[in-house]
Write a protein that binds this ligand. Structure first.
Ligand SMILES: Cc1ncc(COP(=O)(O)O)c(C=O)c1O
Length: 390
């Protein structure tokens, strides 16, 4: 092993955890609240200012939020501008157009789809619903914790199972941990922050076995980073009637993080229930929706973004590996790797150079999560990283 970290350190990082300590959206003000649950160590000095962004140096590389650095496609931009002409209208039948496209690709019915302003709304609605009356949400450690934090706030217990030694959801262990109080299983695939995926056949078998007893929520925020031929097609599980909820977003490969568009694929009854907790479709603006229709069909742009992401990710992975750092192989637009200094010092020195990243301690091991930006941004990151680590 080339780095100072031994395999045991890595195992410790995954195995010692007992709760969801993922990297949620970049919310420094939230993180600064001393009582914020789960948020263990987002501790760069800017986060603790009253106005967290006031003293932040101008960012030269914005690598903390897993956004698409290339922006939205030209087609989406044109559709967005054109849609301003119908900005006086409520979005109505336009939903049908997008749902039809998604339904065809996923082999589901339009009534098995609910659009939303980003997938966060779907996550929050599910958290509220499943937390009602208590019970347990079963998941893994080192995963995205927005849904988990919210569910805990509203009365659910979170049971988080250690990952496999290669930082993947341990599906057999999760299955073995199902008890009568478990109301929902939350899987993130590909996972944030580890960037790992579970084998498609294994997850499919897991859903077939578990979903007849307990709803399985699969957060597929990063699914578009799969090569199209490898992309899991879990819509078929929904079309077969299984209680599986898929959450997807346009925030990543489509570059819609600020425009806000996402959707859920689930049984119509489940969507009906979730609609009690979110405005769902009708919270989406017509401009975003029309841009979404254009972007969804713009495969060329998606392929371009996927290829550019893979290139910049490979460059960064190699640079870190050459420096002797152990990088968790990523299938997404971000990279997680253990660092050899305290998160606060590391974060401050990176932000001090105008390089935005995220850090967390997992089981006492500090990690950096860097989003994949443009090649230029990644070069800035590598150069800044070298300065910090010497
Ligand atoms: C795993 C995961 N799920 C859901 C989301 C929410 O994304 P959005 O609300 O922008 O669709 C994110 C955002 O980064 C994420 O990483």
């Amino acid at each position: 092993m080339s780095s100072q970290l031994t395999r045991r350190d890595w195992l410790r990082a995954s195995g010692f955890l007992t709760a969801g300590l993922g990297l949620s959206r970049f919310t420094p003000a939230e993180a600064a609240r001393p009582s914020a649950p789960f948020v263990s160590s987002f501790t760069n000095e800017f986060a603790f200012a009253d106005d967290p962004f006031a003293n932040m140096p101008k960012l030269r590389a914005r690598l903390f939020a897993n956004e698409n650095p290339l922006g939205i496609s030209k087609n989406a931009k044109e559709a967005l501008i054109k849609a301003t002409e119908i900005g006086n209208r409520y979005a109505w039948m336009e939903f049908a157009e997008l749902k039809k496209l998604i339904a065809t690709d996923d082999g589901v019915k339009a009534e098995q789809i609910m659009m939303s302003p980003g997938s966060s709304d779907v996550l929050m609605a599910a958290a509220d619903y499943f937390a009602k009356g208590g019970g347990t949400i079963l998941t893994s450690v080192m995963t995205y914790d927005d849904l988990l934090q919210r569910a805990e706030k509203f009365g659910a217990k979170i049971k988080a199972i250690p990952m496999t030694k290669d930082f993947k959801f341990d599906l057999p262990a999760i299955k073995a941990a199902i008890t009568p109080d478990v109301k929902m299983v939350y899987i993130v695939n590909p996972n944030n922050p580890t960037g790992t995926i579970v084998p498609t056949a294994e997850l499919e078998a897991f859903c077939r076995e578990v979903a007849p007893k307990v709803p399985v929520f699969i957060d597929e925020a990063y699914i578009d980073f799969f090569e199209p031929a490898d992309r899991p097609k879990f819509g078929k599980l929904v079309s077969e009637g299984l209680n599986v909820i898929l959450a997807r977003t346009f925030s990543k490969i489509h570059g819609f993080a600020g425009l806000r568009l996402g959707y859920a694929i689930a049984q119509p009854n489940m969507l009906k229930t979730l609609r009690d907790y979110t405005n769902g479709d009708f919270a989406v603006s017509i401009t975003t929706l029309m841009a979404g229709i254009a972007s969804y069909q713009d495969k060329e742009w998606q392929n371009h973004c996927r290829a550019e992401n893979a290139k910049a990710r490979a460059y960064t992975t190699k640079a870190l590996t050459d420096l002797g750092y152990e990088v968790i192989p990523s299938s997404t637009n971000f990279i997680l790797f253990p660092i050899r200094m305290k998160t606060a010092a590391f974060s401050n020195q990176m932000f001090g150079q105008g390089i935005g990243i995220q850090t967390r301690d997992f089981g006492g091991q500090p990690f950096c999560r860097v989003s994949v930006g443009t090649m230029d941004e990644m070069a800035i990151f590598v150069e800044g990283f070298k300065k910090v680590v010497g």
